[in-house]
Ligand binder design. Structure first.
Ligand SMILES: Cc1cc2nc3c(=O)[nH]c(=O)nc-3n(C[C@H](O)[C@H](O)[C@H](O)COP(=O)(O)OP(=O)(O)OC[C@H]3O[C@@H](n4cnc5c(N)ncnc54)[C@H](O)[C@@H]3O)c2cc1C
Length: 261
């Protein structure tokens, strides 16, 4: 079985800053990590590899050269090989352009059974890239996967809903997006950390991919960011004083005043 996991290096903070001129994320000076949902996606791929001998797990990212560190972390967790798509021509890509580049890299990697992505990246936060890749590869997709099993070559997943889950049998090749409930990602193994720094990482630039330069990069990106901001933190709320029954009475008065009850 061949599994490809899309992994993204993201700033280790929920408070990313936006360049007011370009509308793009400012990443300088912010420590980077493997996107949390992608760690779940990789863990699931590695669990399948643990269970089915001969399974190969590749990780692929589009990003700057610094993403090398994250890819080595993935190798140290147990991935077999890593691909970095990196070129100035990809800079400024929105989700549409990002998925064009990643889909062409996946096509170049070759035959696969499952493509995993995280549900959402903690910086861009759109949850669009996984589903867009599946559209571009023309394969079925299941998002919000919280459980995954393969029996007799048949892939069955539980898709998370607000109030439960759906059980879906899906034909492969397919793309799945992982949520954090899927598993607990493993730590890097000490022996594999050493190996990870000896393994080559395949780096592809735009000329290595069969992708039209007009569908990647900032100019090709249809998204326009008009405004982006961190919402003000919510206040502490109103504390009711007195005994419990006095507090309840006061609460009812306040709710009536606001016409909530
Ligand atoms: C005008 C514009 C310019 C932008 N310029 C840049 C830029 O220069 N550099 C930049 O990094 N971002 C840039 N972005 C942000 C960029 O659009 C998103 O970060 C990126 O497309 C992924 O979207 P997302 O973070 O919402 O991912 P989501 O859709 O939330 O991610 C879902 C999953 O898709 C996969 N995935 C997402 N991105 C990647 C990736 N790069 N490699 C591998 N897998 C991935 C992961 O598995 C992830 O969990 C720009 C956005 C806009 C609107």
């Amino acid at each position: 079985m061949k599994i490809i996991v899309c992994v993204k290096q993201v700033p280790d903070t929920a408070e990313v800053k936006i360049d007011p001129k370009t509308g793009t994320l400012i990443r300088e000076g912010v420590p980077s990590i493997l996107n949390p949902d992608d760690a779940n996606a990789l863990e699931e791929a590695l669990k399948i590899k643990d269970k089915y001998e001969g399974t190969n797990v590749s990780v692929v990212t589009m990003g700057p050269n610094q993403a090398d560190v994250m890819l080595r972390e993935c190798l140290a967790m147990g991935a077999d090989d890593a691909y970095l798509i990196s070129d100035r021509a990809f800079a400024g890509s929105d989700t549409w352009a990002t998925s064009n580049a990643i889909a062409s890299a996946i096509r170049k990697i070759g035959e696969y059974d499952i493509v995993f992505a995280g549900r959402q990246a903690i910086d861009g936060d759109t949850a669009q890239v996984g589903p867009q890749i599946s559209e571009k590869l023309d394969i079925p997709q299941v998002t919000y996967v919280e459980k995954c099993s393969i029996e007799n070559g048949e892939l069955t997943v539980n898709r998370q809903l607000e109030d439960g889950y759906e059980v879906i049998k899906v034909r492969t090749p397919a793309l799945l997006t992982a949520v954090k409930e899927l598993n607990s990602p493993r730590y890097m193994a000490a022996d594999k950390i050493f190996e990870a720094y000896k393994k080559p990482i395949t780096v592809w630039n735009i000329n290595d991919l069969d992708v039209n330069p007009e569908v990647v990069g900032l100019k090709a990106s249809p998204t326009r960011v008009f405004k982006s901001f961190t919402p003000d933190p919510k206040g502490k709320g109103t504390m009711m004083k007195g005994t419990p029954s006095e507090a309840v009475e006061q609460l009812l008065v306040n709710l009536k005043q606001k016409h909530i009850i």
